[in-house]
Design a protein. Sequence first.
Length: 63
Amino acid sequence: MNTTHCPNFNHNRPNPSVGFCPSCGNVVNDSIAAKDCSEQAHAGARMHRTRFCVDCGEQLIAS
């Protein structure tokens, strides 16, 4: 896990349920394999204002 992190609480959890942080895109649980997401899945995440995909780490919303 990354020692320098954003304020998202996934960085501090011992076993987060997602592979990537939705705020910064860094890996928060390396035991979860990255998925090959569809554009439809990313569109749904954008509607919830998720900046990065928690399944693959791809940036969804420009900063």
